[in-house]
Design a protein around this ligand. Structure first.
Ligand code: FAD
Length: 314
């Protein structure tokens, strides 16, 4: 066991984690970043990031995250290709937090500061070809990919706030929007429902689920089953947006940190401070709303600055 007390351990290697690591390294905090099971995070699942500032022609998600890693390496960030399985967080100012990682019980890091950037995982429908056609017509993010379907027909799955907000946004750029809702009612807020009902461009299909995704290399169509009429219908679409929510990756933090009812880490308004001194959260793991690469990277920067301020105050 290594008895060294570190300043900054970063858990997670998406845009939030790498951004935090670069700022922390440049502040002289000698950060260690633990990559987790998905090194580079969610963006490694997409071959085209078109909305990140500074890339006039867009960039492949893997290439982007590889660049982030190289930038972190340039500042001598220590990179551990491991996953954290348990944390022991100390609930007083100046306390030492324990991070257990890897498969062996004696893999322990101790640190005065911890930045949690474990992200979130979009919920899937669990239908054949859903994964295969991700980035080839299927998307979990209307803000990221909606623009690629300008003037075309698309479908959205979901009946909550996100799905209805996405439908509203996409109805302004797409030709026709089919909104598939499993139940015979929406879960979304009343005001969003009114926006949808008044919108001629959105065709709501209640009690409807996708029975088949059609297309080999690119999405071509979906087959929809109506659970009320028991009938199938085929819709030719260029895009399918799955908007049924995200799981924040916070299992290891349950009962250790304050989480909201959906499991996202609660941070103090306008900061990345959690309820535990010296523990900060950045990126999707603390963000039920925006869930973008650029907002994640921004809050990664904030977490490093918040941590530096905390350490300086000790
Ligand atoms: C298919 C797809 C396409 C997208 N396209 C875009 C786009 O074009 N533009 C855009 O702005 N956004 C896009 N997004 C959203 C964007 O990817 C996320 O908002 C962003 O990646 C969140 O960054 P993050 O650093 O918070 O977490 P994530 O990227 O989710 O990374 C989380 C990290 O935490 C690690 N981790 C988790 N648990 C542990 C553990 N126990 N121990 C150690 N490490 C752990 C994981 O290995 C991973 O490295 C897309 C998302 C998806 C799924």
């Amino acid at each position: 066991m290594n008895n060294k007390i570190h300043n900054c351990i970063i858990i997670g290697s998406g845009p939030a984690g790498y951004s935090a690591s670069i700022y922390a390294a440049r502040y002289g905090l000698d950060p260690i970043i633990i990559l987790g099971d998905l090194p580079g995070g969610q963006l490694t699942n997409t071959n085209y990031v078109d909305n990140y500032l500074g890339f006039p022609h867009g960039i492949d998600g893997n290439q982007f995250m590889d660049n982030c890693r190289k930038q972190a390496e340039r500042f001598n960030v220590e990179i551990l290709n491991e996953s954290v399985y348990e944390v022991d967080l100390c609930n007083y100012i100046g306390g030492i937090h324990k991070i257990f990682f890897g498969k062996k019980k004696n893999n322990l890091l101790m640190s005065k500061g911890v930045i949690i950037a474990t992200g979130s995982t979009p919920k899937c429908l669990g239908i054949k070809k859903e994964r295969q056609l991700l980035g080839a017509g299927i998307s979990f993010c209307a803000t990221c990919d909606g623009f690629f379907h300008k003037g075309k027909d698309i479908a959205i799955v979901g009946g909550g706030d996100t799905a209805l907000e996405d439908a509203h946004y996409l109805s302004r750029i797409c030709k026709k929007v089919y909104l598939l809702v499993r139940k015979n009612y929406f879960r979304a807020s009343k005001i969003l429902q009114n926006n949808i009902i008044d919108n001629d461009n959105i065709n709501v299909l209640f009690q409807s689920t996708i029975s088949e995704i059609i297309g080999d290399n690119v999405l071509k169509a979906i087959k929809i089953f109506n659970h009320n009429t028991k009938k199938y219908q085929l819709k030719l679409i260029s895009g399918l947006f799955i908007a049924i929510g995200h799981h924040p990756n916070t299992n290891i933090f349950k009962n250790k940190l304050n989480l909201n009812d959906k499991g996202f880490i609660i941070v103090k308004n306008g900061t990345t401070n959690t309820n535990i001194p010296g523990v900060f959260a950045a990126g999707d793991v603390q963000d039920p709303n925006y869930k973008q690469a650029i907002t994640s990277a921004g809050s990664g920067c904030m977490a490093a600055l918040d941590l530096e301020k905390y350490l300086y105050s000790l």
